[in-house]
Structures are given as C-alpha cells and as structure tokens.
Ligand binder design. Structure first.
Ligand SMILES: Cc1cc2nc3c(=O)[nH]c(=O)nc-3n(C[C@H](O)[C@H](O)[C@H](O)COP(=O)(O)OP(=O)(O)OC[C@H]3O[C@@H](n4cnc5c(N)ncnc54)[C@H](O)[C@@H]3O)c2cc1C
Length: 477
C-alpha cells in the first residue's frame, strides 16, 4: 500500500522527519540507498547547538542569531536567508526537548567562543546516538524503512511530485515526498565546479554523500542555493584503526549515573552496526587563541600556525600534518585545559582527553630530534623552523596525523521556512519538501553543532508543515 509520505534518506533529517510524521498520524516510508541507516550523521561527533528561550530557558532568539552570525565571514553574512535562520533559532530548543523525550543522552550546555552563552550539547558515543534513538522510535511507530534502495527519479502527477523510483520500483506518496539525502561532499563533478581546488581534491568523510538531492530536485525545476560556499576542506584527525570503540563515552556515563539514571548505550539496537569513522575535529576556532603556542608540522618540516593552515596541508605530497604542542600544554603548564577540538560526550577535548580516548594519536617527544624522527623530517630543518617562532619549551607532544577532508558542503536546494522546495522563480514545487543538508536552503552553518541541529530541526519542521497541509488542504501538500 502506498504511504502518505515518502522520505528519501535515513540520516538525522530523514529519520527526524519520519518520526515526526508518524507522531502526527501519517504513514511514512523511508528509502535509504545504503544497506543501513546513518548517512553522514553516523560519522558525526554529535554536537548540537541550541537556543533555549523562555519558558524552557532564558536565551533570546536575537542573541542566538547575533552570536551564530559572528562565525560567518563578513562577506558571506548577506547570503544567509533570514527566515531559515529564524526557524533554526525558534525551534532548536523544542528539538532538544523532543530528543530528550526520545531518550537521546545529551550533556551540556558547553560554552563555545564567540557564543556569549553556553549553547552546545554533546551526545554519546557520537552521531550514531541520534540514529539509534530515532530508529528505535520509528520502529515503535511503525515507520517502514527500506535500505539498499537508491532513489533515481522523482515521480510526477501533473505538476505535483508524487513519489520516487527506488531500485527500479515506483513508490508513491499520497501527501508528500521529502528529500533528506544529505550533501555533495563526495560528488567530484560538483566539487570541481563549485569549490576551491583544495576542497575539490580532498576526500569526503562519507563517500556516499553524492548530492543526489540536488539532481533529483533539479529534475523537477528546483533552484540551488550557495553552491560555492563550503567551509572545506577541514583538518581532521584520522580514524582509529581496529574495532570501533565507544572511546569518549565514560564521562557521559558517569554524568548519567551522578544524575541518578543509567544511560543505555546503542548496543542491542539497530544502529550499533553503524560504524562511526572516529574522525575528530581540529577546528581552527579553538586553536586560534593559542596560535602563538601551537603549530602544525608539514611533511616538509615546515611549521605553520593553525588558522588558515588547511590549504597548505592539502598542497603537500602526503596531505598530512601533526599538531605540535610543548610543555606548556602538559599538567602543571599554562594550557592543560585548552581545547584541541570538539568531542562527543564532553563537548570539547583537551590534550588529557586525547591521551585517554585516542592514545593512538598522541606521541611524546623529549626534544626536536625525537619530534623530527616521529614525523619523518630532517631534524636540522625542523630545528630551523622552530627557532624562527615563539620560544618553544620541550618536551613536546605531537597529536596526529590529521588530513584535509570534506566533512560537509553547504550548497543545497532552495527551500522556504515550511521546507517546501522552491523552483527557479521562487514558487514551491507542489508535493516536494527537503530537510537537512539537502534542504539547507542557503543557510551557512559555521560553528559547532549547527548542521545536526538544522538536520533534526528541519526534519521535524518539514513533517509539521506536511501534517498541517494534509489536515487542512484535502490531503495533499
Ligand atoms: C566527521 C564529521 C563530524 C561531524 N560532526 C558534527 C557535529 O558534531 N555536529 C554537527 O552539527 N554536524 C556535524 N557534522 C555534520 C553533520 O553530520 C551533517 O551535516 C548531518 O549529519 C547531515 O544530516 P542529513 O540527515 O542531512 O544527511 P545524512 O546524515 O548524510 O543522511 C542522508 C541519507 O540519505 C541517503 N541518500 C542519499 N542519496 C540517496 C538516494 N538517492 N536514495 C536513497 N537514499 C539516499 C544517504 O545514504 C544518507 O543515509 C559532522 C560531519 C562529519 C563528516
């Protein structure tokens, strides 16, 4: 039997939409190209960034909008659609409450410069947590999820989009179709056409982010927004090799116990088989205040300051760099509490957290010769570069390797604040909605946690819009 709504993609956005549609009483069928749900969401650290205005908090939507805008380059701020930013600010707090009610473990809020108040929440073990808890609820509500079926066409009924063709089979949605099929981080043609050479030649963390939503939308006249803006590539520490580990989890578990409740992990559900990549961020925002006290070592032996470094790393033969810290980062030094990156479970991780959770990335070196040997560069060359910078104080610590990768792209289908997909002339395409990265609508989501917050929030918002139209407009959207 045909469902009310067909959702393309079983990442955070698609599953949030499916659960919300089912909660509203609509029959929903999710179609996923891969053999299991997860998408890029299952590779994510798992941070979300939330605005909690009254009655649940004392944040203000205006402050949230102003603070998130401070992450953006000045020349990009005008590209961001005000209605979608407002939707994100207005509904992210409700999304937090909804996630908690589903059982998603979330700690925080954690502060993040330049936010003027703490807004970042972390889950455990990582982005897979959202997938697992959403799948659990979807199963309870009777949502159908078909994996291993790539959508290759949108079906029309007159001007309306009326379903999809997936794996050679037509699946019609009585009320609406939602594109929640992620970004184009792994689409070499689109990357070459729209992004910088460094981004275009860097691999995607998720090799199945092919940008199908863009092509499917365009086939029915949808417009694309901000294709040329991507905060990519980013430097990320390499994935842990060997069996997946819930490496960042103990702290959250302890926090849960302290709060008097035991937090069940994903084991035993569906998403425990979804392997997270273990990539960890090394965002320049966090290294910037420490720019005089840390550097990246390239395979040439050159030392470079972290801000703006990623294109330099992408231009080297090995496309590999190590973060160099010195004794000031060790216990008893000046910076043991400085953050190196965002992290699951605890929001942000310091050197001590990396030692505990990713010991495979941390190497101690008593002097320049030891550093040079670990990186594989001539000691004299490294010593020359070290002498030219601030006064380093041995012993040293190397963290890495890190490589330039494309985590996400920002360009997407144009949508309005009901998540209706818009055609070139700005009119909604009947029956077609988009959410998450596929339905980013021109939003530029720089700053931790905003992509997942948008995925979850826009998935819910699309569902609410579809349910409202189904109830009020004779059953179609
Ligand atoms: C290493 C890493 C860490 C990150 N950490 C964070 C973080 O901590 N916080 C944050 O906010 N953001 C983070 N992000 C970004 C965030 O994970 C993504 O922006 C977000 O998960 C996108 O969700 P989505 O549901 O839109 O897409 P996805 O999660 O990618 O889901 C899309 C789904 O659609 C499926 N699909 C695609 N095409 C088709 C088709 N034709 N037919 C059927 N199915 C299809 C895909 O297989 C996929 O399962 C991170 C990203 C990476 C790579």
């Amino acid at each position: 039997m045909n469902p009310d709504v067909v959702v393309v993609g079983a990442g955070a956005a698609g599953l949030a939409a499916a659960v919300s549609l089912a909660e509203a009483g609509l029959a929903c069928h999710v179609v996923e190209q891969n053999d299991r749900p997860g998408g890029t969401t299952a590779h994510a650290v798992g941070s979300i960034c939330v605005c909690l205005p009254p009655p649940d908090g004392d944040d203000s939507i205006e402050d949230f909008l102003a603070d998130t805008a401070r992450f953006l380059p000045a020349d990009a701020a005008h590209l961001v659609p005000a209605d979608l930013r407002h939707l994100l600010a207005r509904t992210s707090g409700e999304t937090l409450g909804w996630l908690r009610a589903l059982g998603v473990p979330l700690t925080g809020p954690y502060p993040e410069h330049p936010h003027r108040r703490p807004r970042l929440y972390a889950t455990a073990p990582d982005g897979r947590s959202f997938i697992w808890w959403l799948l659990r609820r979807a199963h309870q509500l009777g949502v159908t999820i078909t994996c291993g079926a790539r959508v290759t066409r949108l079906l029309r009924h007159g001007a309306r989009v009326a379903g999809v063709r997936a794996g050679g089979v037509d699946l019609r949605g009585r009320v609406a179709t939602v594109l929640a099929c992620g970004d184009f981080a792994a689409n070499d043609d689109l990357k070459a056409r729209y992004l910088t050479p460094a981004a275009a030649t860097s691999p995607a963390v998720n090799p199945t982010s092919r940008g199908d939503g863009l092509a499917l939308g365009r086939s029915v006249g949808a417009a694309w927004r901000n294709m040329g803006t991507a905060f990519a590539p980013q430097l990320r520490f390499v994935a842990r090799t060997g069996p997946p580990a819930d490496e960042w989890s103990p702290a959250l578990f302890t926090a849960g116990q302290a709060a008097g409740r035991v937090i069940p992990g994903p084991a035993g559900g569906g998403a425990d088989e979804v392997r997270a990549s273990g990539w960890a961020a090394m965002p320049r925002a966090y290294m910037a205040p420490a720019a005089e006290d840390a550097a990246l070592i390239l395979d040439t032996g050159e030392l470079i300051r972290v801000p703006g470094a990623v294109d330099r790393v992408a231009a080297t033969a090995s496309r590999t760099a190590y973060l160099l810290l010195d004794s000031r980062w060790l216990p008893g030094g000046e910076y043991p509490d400085r953050r190196i990156s965002s992290a699951p479970t605890m929001g942000f991780a310091r050197l001590a957290d990396y030692r505990a959770a990713r010991p495979d990335l941390v190497r101690d070196a008593r002097d320049v010769e030891a550093v040079a040997a670990l990186v594989g560069v001539p000691a004299e060359r490294l010593a020359g570069h070290l002498a030219g910078g601030p006064s380093w104080k041995p012993p040293y610590v190397l963290v890495g390797p890190a490589r330039p990768v494309v985590t996400v792209t920002e360009g997407s289908l144009a949508v309005d604040d009901h998540l209706r997909v818009l055609s070139g002339d700005g009119t909604p395409i009947p029956g077609l909605f988009a959410a998450g990265a596929a339905g980013q609508g021109g939003l530029l989501l720089l700053g931790h946690g905003l992509h997942l917050t948008w995925a979850l929030t826009s998935g819910r918002a699309a569902a609410h819009a579809i349910a409202a139209r189904a109830a009020g407009e004779g059953g179609t959207a």
